[in-house]
Write a protein that binds this ligand. Structure first.
Ligand code: ATP
Length: 349
């Protein structure tokens, strides 16, 4: 049922100086959930609309199940889309809304009823079949919108920020539901979001887009452990950056010579390390530091550290760590957690 989605060299211009989307190439495996992640205005929705057939690309190709769908109208692409706002018909019941697409396709009434029932069950809203959308909460409306997409048994599920209008608690529950439904149905899914945490929680792979271009396409953990550029690292919350000169697997920095497990490209590099990987202990890659700030976050404590050479680092430690501003400590940057970013513009290889 689920199909491979291939997007190749997709460019779309609305007529401005810069295209909204430039040369986007990525492939989504059958049954995979890919998050299209990026800041507002980066071209995510444009990409999704081109895939759905709501926009024609300036150039490039979209293939679903190995076949180009560029000349195929939206309703015959086998793709179902869920939008940020549920766009339900207010005068129809939940059942009516979910079954609408089936009626349009001429599916016999009895079969349609069974399919609607199953779709409502999958999103756990079967008790609301007779209600009108106005009598549902925002989260329930989005579940109806999801059921309306699922009922058509799409080859491809396209979700455009479906949770962004919901409050934090509800969003968490809905993420779990979407993941469950997606796994059960083995739906090839593209999920658009500007929320990095949401992308990490939901996606098998993340495609990070900024300024209309794909910057990195990989598994969530790669964005934390092996970001391709400083911009990408920062998008994922990295704050520790250290300039240095790479030579023979080591990097000379203002903190001394640091050894790296992952090879660094020779020359000027920027090193990065996640705050949670910084250790307060001696050993390889260790140095003296002074605590300059303490922020208690409940599940961890964030320490700001002043190091020689005007370097500042952040360390996230377990909440029972008790250090005060001004304390002298020994900090260590484990070789396996240090990552060297090459200078200059990088694009996914
Ligand atoms: P958001 O998260 O805010 O929805 P997005 O990443 O989905 O943003 P798009 O909606 O794809 O971004 O927009 C990409 C760029 O294209 C933006 O600069 C936007 O202003 C522009 N754009 C979008 N739709 C149109 C349109 N119909 N006409 C002209 N420009 C448009």
């Amino acid at each position: 049922m689920s199909a491979r989605l291939e997007i190749e060299g997709l460019t779309h211009s609305y007529g401005g100086d810069e295209p909204a989307l430039s040369e986007l190439t990525l492939s989504v495996e059958p049954g995979e959930l890919v998050a299209l992640l990026g800041p507002s205005g980066c071209g995510k929705t444009t990409a999704l609309k081109v895939v759905a057939g709501l926009l024609s690309p300036t150039h490039g190709d979209v293939r679903i199940g190995g076949e180009s769908v560029l000349g195929v109208p939206p309703e015959r692409r086998g793709a179902a889309m869920v939008f940020q706002k549920s766009l339900l018909f207010p005068h129809m019941t939940v059942e009516g809304n979910v079954g609408f697409g089936l009626r349009m396709r001429g599916v016999p009434r009895g079969e349609a009823r069974g399919r609607v029932e199953r779709a409502l069950k999958r999103v756990r809203i079967e008790g609301f079949a007779g209600r009108k959308p106005g009598a549902l909460s925002g989260g329930q409306q989005q579940r109806v919108a999801l059921a309306r997409a699922l009922v058509t048994e799409p080859r491809l599920l396209l979700l455009d920020e479906p949770l962004s209008a919901l409050d934090a608690n509800l969003r968490e529950g809905m993420r779990e539901l979407i993941k469950e439904v997606q796994r059960e149905g083995d739906h090839t899914t593209v999920f658009v979001t500007h929320d990095q945490e949401e992308a990490v929680v939901l996606a098998d792979r993340i495609a990070l887009v900024t300024g209309g271009r794909l910057r990195m396409y990989d598994h969530p953990e790669a964005f934390y452990e092996r970001p391709l550029s400083r911009e990408i690292a920062e998008f994922f919350g990295a704050t520790n950056f250290l300039r240095g000169q790479a030579r023979n697997g080591c990097v000379e920095t203002p903190l001394g010579t640091l050894r790296l497990e992952h090879p660094a490209p020779p020359g000027e590099v920027t090193l990065t390390i996640r705050p949670e990987a910084v250790r307060l202990e001696g050993g390889e890659n260790s140095f003296s530091a002074r605590v300059r700030g303490v922020t208690y976050l409940g599940t961890q404590v964030l320490y700001g550290l002043d190091v020689s050479g005007g370097v500042h680092l952040r360390a996230a430690l377990p909440p029972h760590t008790r250090l005060a501003v001004g304390d002298e400590v020994t900090a260590r940057l484990p070789a396996e957690s240090l990552w060297a970013l090459a200078d200059g513009e990088t694009t996914p290889g």
